[in-house]
Design a protein around this ligand. Structure first.
Ligand code: SAH
Ligand code: SF4
Length: 346
């Protein structure tokens, strides 16, 4: 069923040729387990079928144009879609983890004031196949190391592309597909309340993060236009629904912007707002983008972390990774939009 939804073009070729149904599973496994990029590599399929698939339903929907490598080990992948748009994907290595941060839209329509992706506007939603394929390419690139975590925190607002995003996550989670535990998969939303509830109702144990960025209504509207649609109290009531329904931890993302949202009054209001044992506050210092904001100092960020912890919150300060290659949170903009393609396979 997942294979059919993910690969309608492959299914069509198989049906026209009256191939047996197991061919679809073979093709699905070739993509999700063996990460083939050309049907020629899938030798369980007969030669004639491989040729016709290559012609009518190619294995790769994204062309890998370039891999940028940060001195901290982070890698950024620049892809081109079949219709000529560019997206980015990031792989962040940690001690025992290899996290892939994937994109769900070409650009993003949400317009958050500090985010480089937001400056682009939106071209279109990505298909589930294009979303999942980002992970397959990274998995192939880092082999024999394995992808341990996937976060939907790249370009785009994933909950505006809900159906395709959830299909991609299911394929990543599928024991016959990429086979990654749902607990190692997380999505982040700027706070679309209906979709937060829908996500809570999904049977899988995917994790969720909500981008909060300030506990104050007026301020949030200035930082995130979506806040004019959904008030903080609406977001918090969807958050409550999520934890009560799923009994899973819920993460709140908070980008520290110097002089904007890093004052003691913010820490105090956060302590009141995030008063649930399953809520966790993820602080991150602003990564530079050309938006007029600046980052809270390292010292200021540590002090803010101490403050919220003393007020009783469960909180962490996440390090920025890959900033030297513009791969850190909020920096993805596929900015070499007119750059000359350089094929790399690492
Ligand atoms: N669109 C989704 C997920 C992608 S962004 C969302 O907004 O939640 C992942 C996180 O990075 C979000 O919390 C986002 O607000 C944050 N972010 C955006 N720009 C940033 C920047 N310049 N520095 C640090 N974090 C940023
Ligand atoms: Fe879109 Fe997220 Fe950037 Fe906001 S922070 S513009 S929702 S990608």
């Amino acid at each position: 069923m997942l294979a059919r939804e993910l690969l309608p073009d492959v299914q069509e070729v198989l049906e026209t040729r009256r191939e047996p149904p197991y061919r679809l599973s073979q093709a699905y496994r070739a993509l999700c387990v063996s990460f083939v990029r050309d049907w020629e590599e899938c030798t369980v399929l007969p030669k004639g079928l491989r040729d016709e698939l290559n012609e009518k339903a190619p294995a790769a929907t994204l062309e890998l144009l370039r891999i940028a490598r940060s001195k901290d080990g982070t890698r950024k992948y620049l892809f081109q879609t079949r219709d000529g748009h560019r997206i980015e994907t990031v792989m962040i290595p940690e001690k025992d983890r290899r996290t892939v941060c994937i994109s769900t839209q070409i650009g993003c329509p949400m317009g958050c004031a500090f985010c480089a992706t937001g400056l682009l506007g939106i071209e279109r939603n990505l298909k589930a196949r294009e979303i999942a394929e980002q992970v397959f390419v990274v998995a192939r690139d880092i082999a024999p190391e394995r992808v341990s975590n996937v976060v939907v925190m790249g370009m785009g607002e994933p909950f505006l592309n809900y159906r395709q995003m959830i299909l991609a996550l299911r394929v990543l989670n599928d024991p016959d597909g990429f086979n990654l535990s749902a607990r190692h998969i997380a999505a982040s939303t700027s706070g679309l309340v209906d979709r937060i509830r829908r996500f809570a109702d999904e049977p899988e144990q995917f994790h969720l993060a909500i981008s909060l960025h300030t506990p104050f209504e007026e301020e949030r509207r200035r930082l995130m236009p979506v806040a004019s649609r959904h008030s903080i109290s609406e977001v918090m009531s969807a958050a409550r629904y999520y934890v009560e329904r799923s009994h899973r931890k819920l993460f709140f993302e908070y980008t520290l912007l110097a002089g904007v949202n890093d004052q003691p009054r913010h820490a105090e209001a956060l302590a009141t707002l995030l008063d649930h044992p399953l809520y966790h506050l993820n602080l991150i210092r602003f990564n530079w983008t050309d938006t007029g904001f600046s980052a809270t100092s390292r010292k200021g960020a540590r002090e803010f972390l101490e403050m919220v912890r003393e007020l009783g919150l469960s909180a962490t300060l996440r390090p920025s990774r890959g900033a030297d290659i513009d791969a850190a949170c909020g920096q993805l903009a596929a900015k070499d939009l007119r750059g000359r393609p350089v094929a790399t396979t690492g």
